[in-house]
Design a protein around this ligand. Structure first.
Ligand SMILES: [Zn+2]
Length: 84
């Protein structure tokens, strides 16, 4: 495990080599970086979705309470109208 195979010339080279010592071609960043950034993106998307779900549920609960509050206010108004 002290090296990898150059994809161009199939020679054994060092694992973290940036340029192949045999054919001198660029070997930097073979998808592994893309993969990690993809995972970070997935993590952020998951967090955003979770936050949106929590906010949505909270909003629905609040709306239910507002509706109850509104009907209570209407009832009070009717009562005062009748009294006055
Ligand atoms: Zn090579």
């Amino acid at each position: 495990m002290f090296g990898k195979i150059c994809p161009y010339c199939r020679e054994k080279i060092k694992k973290n080599a940036v340029v192949c010592r045999y054919c001198h071609r660029d070997l930097k960043a073979e998808k592994s970086d893309d993969c990690s950034s993809l995972w970070i993106f997935a993590g952020f998307t998951g967090l955003a979705l979770g936050a949106a779900a929590v906010l949505g549920l909270g909003y629905l609960n609040e709306r239910k309470r507002w509706k109850e509050h509104d009907s209570a206010c209407d009832f009070e108004k009717d009562a005062t109208d009748q009294a006055g």
